[in-house]
Design a protein. Structure first.
Length: 63
């Protein structure tokens, strides 16, 4: 699986995912589970939702 997420995108997803989980825990709501895919995609650096749109926020090295 090729990475298609840049560093800033990954950091934003990680922060957003953690915030959503924390809000879900504090509110005692299962909606906090929505943060898990954000953290997972940030961890692996690949977002499947980017594929149909051919998006890539990862800076590629020029050869």
């Amino acid at each position: 699986m090729q990475k298609n997420m840049g560093d800033s995108d990954r950091i934003f997803r990680l922060a957003a995912g953690l915030a959503i989980i924390i809000i879900g825990v504090v509110a005692k709501s299962w909606w906090g589970v929505i943060g898990i895919p954000l953290i997972a995609t940030a961890a692996i650096g690949h977002c499947p939702a980017y594929l149909p749109f051919k998006l890539n926020t990862c800076k590629s090295e020029k050869k």
